[in-house]
Write a protein that binds this ligand. Structure first.
Ligand SMILES: Cc1cc2nc3c(=O)[nH]c(=O)nc-3n(C[C@H](O)[C@H](O)[C@H](O)COP(=O)(O)OP(=O)(O)OC[C@H]3O[C@@H](n4cnc5c(N)ncnc54)[C@H](O)[C@@H]3O)c2cc1C
Length: 502
């Protein structure tokens, strides 16, 4: 079946979903829900999957974009979580999304704030992480091992580091996805190619074991979707639909630094947070020139907003930590924007940390919970482990289904890239980069850049094939232009024009 998602297909499949009884209804189309839709559809089950907003509207677009081997879980003794992360990272790097996920280098600068014994301990942890890499089957050529480098090389990779007192750096490698929202789009489209009905702008109002009451947010119409099994994958909002699910959301803020704010940065940075053991601020250079720096871990009380805000106190904290390692301290003027996401951490009732301890200490292991009415909720975990979360949820919801196939199932775009496809497009579209190039060849006006190297062709492609229904879908999720308000304003008219190509 075709993987293209668009307004016409949505309308058609919405009608079908209302008429049929599907095997599985998935609620929420972040990485977990889109992964569950793919897992179920590729086992041959009939699937409807709804999201109140858009693909990747929730936490899945606010991550650090690390596909990580779980090193920090080793530090806290969570060996099982670390192993699961290393295995899932391997699947993404080698089989399912090699076009979107690749290795990236990180430096931990050895400043006077990092005493020699601490550096030795961190290096031992990196070596353990490298052993997990090898055990998971990831070859060194895809993910190089750690090493110690001298100050001169560290400054070549990160010229913004303070040279004074720098003894060198620890160089390590981990996986990274080019754009978390693009991973979700690839999952949803691959699910659609296996027959899943992917329905955005459909809000579940109530859930039961045999379906959901749903509202089409475009028309206001309410209707039922009937299903033999229901999976609640609404992340930090899960408790709103299934009250027995207890979460302790935690806010993580990233800064978006202006291109050039840290010079020609060729590696990410781990900047130690003063007074904390094994916690760092990450500096993450992006392919579009922007640099993300994050992140905080603050418990959030009260209602869950649709789009969380990054408070100025988080911005100041991150700038302060960065200042400890940089030659020129950054100022507020270097910050083009900030964004925040909410971690859907499971409140482990009865555990000592459920009574108000730091959210940074809560387990990142996911949970699959069955409520008395039969709804299966899958929550917690992380982007890296979305596939395993999806598999566990479908196993629980459909115990008689055949086994999961997703560990080796390539996502849309994972095929070979034809020579001649522009590098930037190849990194975001994989084997589909060629089709975008053809689009620009047929209509040269579509080759015109909109912002950050994004062309009009990419916006048109998103309308025709990636389920973008409005300008916000285009600017905030299919591309990330909208992260910086000025860039968003400059690109708005191009996004509106692209919608006419549906
Ligand atoms: C700041 C931050 C950084 C992170 N960095 C990393 C990282 O680098 N690497 C990593 O592996 N993990 C990372 N994580 C964790 C990871 O991002 C999340 O665990 C993951 O994205 C959660 O995905 P999800 O699909 O479960 O939830 P979401 O992505 O939140 O998806 C839930 C969806 O449900 C929809 N929804 C809500 N209510 C309804 C309703 N009533 N009806 C229909 N739909 C509804 C929402 O619109 C949303 O699209 C990070 C998390 C945070 C907060």
């Amino acid at each position: 079946m075709n993987s293209s998602l668009n307004a016409a297909r949505r309308l058609w499949e919405l009608g079908e979903a209302r008429a049929d009884v599907v095997d599985v209804l998935v609620v929420g189309l972040g990485a977990t829900g889109a992964g569950a839709a793919l897992d179920a559809a590729s086992r041959g089950l009939s699937v409807a999957a709804v999201d109140a907003h858009d693909l990747a509207f929730g936490t899945s677009r606010w991550s650090s974009k690390l596909i990580h081997g779980g090193l920090r879980y080793l530090a806290s003794g969570q060996v099982g979580v670390a192993w699961e992360s290393a295995v899932e990272r391997d699947a993404l790097l080698r089989f399912t999304a090699p076009h979107l996920v690749s290795a990236h280098p990180y430096l931990l600068p050895l400043t006077p704030a990092v005493p020699r014994p601490a550096a030795t301990t961190v290096m031992a942890g990196y070596r353990l992480g490298d052993a997990l890499r090898a055990a998971a089957g990831t070859p060194r050529r895809l993910l190089p091992g750690p090493s110690r480098i001298g100050a001169e090389r560290a400054l070549t990779l990160a010229p913004a580091l303070r040279a004074d007192g720098l003894r060198g750096a620890l160089l390590s490698w981990d996986g990274r996805v080019v754009d978390d929202a693009r991973l979700v789009v690839a999952l949803a489209r691959t699910a659609a190619a296996h027959g899943a009905r992917i329905l955005t702008r459909c809000r579940a109002l109530t859930l039961a074991g045999d379906g959901a009451r749903v509202r089409d947010e475009l028309t206001g119409e309410e209707f039922d979707i009937r299903a033999r099994a229901v999976i609640n994958a609404t992340g930090v909002w899960a408790g709103g639909l299934t009250p027995s699910v207890a979460l302790r959301p935690s806010r993580g803020t990233h800064l978006v630094l202006r291109p050039g704010a840290l010079g020609a940065l060729r590696a990410g940075l781990h900047v130690p947070i003063p007074g904390e053991r094994a916690r760092f601020v990450l500096v993450l250079p992006q392919a579009d020139g922007r640099v993300y720096a994050g992140l905080t871990d603050e418990p959030l009380d009260g209602p869950i907003p649709d789009v969380p805000e990054a408070p100025e106190s988080d911005v100041a904290f991150l700038l302060d930590v960065l200042g400890t390692a940089l030659d020129r301290p950054l100022s507020r003027a270097d910050v083009a924007a900030a964004f925040a996401g909410l971690r859907p951490l499971v409140d482990t009732a009865g555990a000592p940390d459920s009574a108000g301890g730091p959210t940074a200490d809560l387990s990142r292991r996911h949970a699959v919970l069955r409520s008395p009415d039969g709804v299966v909720t899958v929550v917690g975990g992380k982007l890296t482990t979305y596939r395993r979360m999806a598999e566990d949820a479908v196993d629980a919801a459909c115990p008689h289904a055949r086994a999961s196939r997703t560990a080796r199932l390539p996502l849309v775009g994972a095929g070979p890239v034809r020579p001649g496809a522009p590098g930037r497009l190849a990194r975001r579209y994989g084997s589909e980069a060629w089709a975008l190039r053809e689009l620009m060849r047929e209509d040269p006006a579509l080759a015109e850049p909109v912002a950050l190297g994004v062309t009009r062709a990419e916006l048109v492609w998103a309308v025709r094939h990636e389920g973008a229904l409005d300008a916000a879908d285009l600017l905030d999720r299919r591309t990330r232009i909208g992260l910086v308000p000025e860039d968003r304003a400059a690109a708005l008219s191009a996004a509106e024009a692209a919608l006419a190509y549906s």
